[in-house]
Design a protein around this ligand. Structure first.
Ligand SMILES: [Zn+2]
Length: 156
């Protein structure tokens, strides 16, 4: 289990998970069906899935929409670069961390301390910019790697 330190996990240089990671089991409903589909669409072969709600990127904290305490200001709407390199706007629904399986044959999974592959994603509701500059909900969930979200440099 992960402990309750505020910054419990460094994803990459200057990027930290804030708060606790919640393990998602087959019986738990941490992700909605469209969110599961979006995660599967990445093609990542993962073994375990966690969700988390806040992230710190280069000193700036991003909340997800699911983080209910984020009432003071909207910092879950981001500009990001999509898979085609095009800039889009969206709301961060939640963050997802995926880990792969340990490939060592001499390892007991319960006490595994091997380096296993892991991926961190942001689940994003894409917003369309309307003619009147009012973002409208397109109703589509996509997954972006956090490194791409990192390119978000202003809020809408
Ligand atoms: Zn191992």
């Amino acid at each position: 289990m992960f402990n309750n330190r505020t910054k419990n996990d460094a994803i990459a240089d200057g990027i930290f998970v804030l708060g606790a990671l919640q393990r998602s089991w087959a019986t738990s409903q941490l992700l909605t069906d469209p969110e599961v589909i979006a995660v599967e669409a990445t093609g990542i072969k993962y073994n375990k899935l966690w969700t988390f709600y806040r992230i710190e990127i280069e000193g700036r904290i991003f909340h997800s929409k699911s983080y209910l305490k984020a009432t003071a200001r909207n910092n879950f709407t981001v500009m990001f670069s999509n898979q085609l390199g095009k800039l889009e706007y969206g709301s961060i629904l939640k963050f997802v961390k995926l880990t792969g399986k340990c490939r060592s044959i001499r390892c007991c999974e319960k006490t595994c301390t091997c380096r296993i592959p892991e991926w961190s994603l942001a689940l994003i509701d894409v917003l369309d910019l309307h003619h009147h500059q009012l973002p409208t909900f397109r109703g589509k969930t996509v997954v972006q790697h956090i490194k791409r979200v990192q390119k978000a440099n202003r809020y809408v």
